[in-house]
Design a protein around this ligand. Structure first.
Ligand SMILES: [Fe+2]
Length: 236
């Protein structure tokens, strides 16, 4: 039983699946690769919508694919991929957590991270802990915009870390960083971050193969075990 902790499989809510038909194809690909526990994490941008509006739209999208989810015997729960801004501190963040949990998947802006930004983010993490546990989405992806040292500084705060399956592909510039995190127990979850069935499809098997070969099958098992706990709202 495999778990996907980050994906854009709900139809018509963000830049992920465009419609129910696309979501069905993505569900089929997930099922084919052995993934049958999925956390749907549509983008949430506070500058663009209220939490109320986001949750209404997410519920509507979820209900549209519920028959397809049930037909495939997949368990799917909802969360969000929340873009960090300082204004989040004024919101009821429990509503953006993965349903039934205190864990909120959070992404950083794609910029060179300044010292001021890092300080602000770390202060935010400290202020919401332990009521809200922050999971940093695709920690490796920020290497495209900022230095590894900046990310390591972010990781010194009390957060959990998710890595993208697609970043484990051969010749990816991020694999060294990701394997370092895994070897040092600084990464906790895997997510496909799939957006469609073609250019950004679900891709768990390639990551499983890469991690098992480069580190160990147990390491992949550890990531899945954490995902199981996350899915069930248990402490990690
Ligand atoms: Fe994402």
């Amino acid at each position: 039983m495999l778990y996907d902790t980050h994906c854009h499989i709900l139809p018509g809510i963000d830049d992920g699946s465009a419609d129910v038909s696309m979501s069905e194809k993505m569900l089929d690909l997930q099922k084919k690769s052995g993934v049958d526990r999925i956390i749907a994490t549509p983008h949430f941008y506070l500058s663009e919508q209220s939490i109320d509006s986001f949750i209404d739209r997410r519920t509507e999208a979820f209900e549209k694919i519920l028959p397809a989810v049930r037909a495939r015997k997949i368990d799917l729960i909802c969360g969000a991929e929340v873009l960090y801004t300082e204004s989040l501190a004024d919101e009821d963040l429990s509503r953006l957590c993965i349903q039934g949990t205190c864990y909120m998947l959070t992404e950083l802006p794609y910029i060179k991270l300044s010292g001021r930004f890092i300080k602000s983010f770390r202060s935010f993490v400290g202020s919401v802990f332990p009521d809200i546990r922050i999971i940093l989405a695709h920690a490796e992806r920020y290497l495209n915009y900022t230095d590894a040292d900046d990310i390591y500084e972010i990781l010194e705060s009390d957060i959990l870390v998710q890595l993208n399956c697609g970043s484990f592909k051969p010749f990816s510039p991020h694999t060294g960083f990701m394997y370092d995190l895994l070897r040092n127990d600084m990464a906790h979850f895997l997510g496909t971050d799939c957006h469609n069935s073609t250019t950004r499809p679900p891709n768990m098997p390639a990551a499983e193969k890469a991690i098992s070969r480069k580190i160990s099958p147990d390491c992949f098992g550890y990531l899945m075990h954490n995902a199981e706990k996350l899915f069930n709202g248990k402490e990690i």
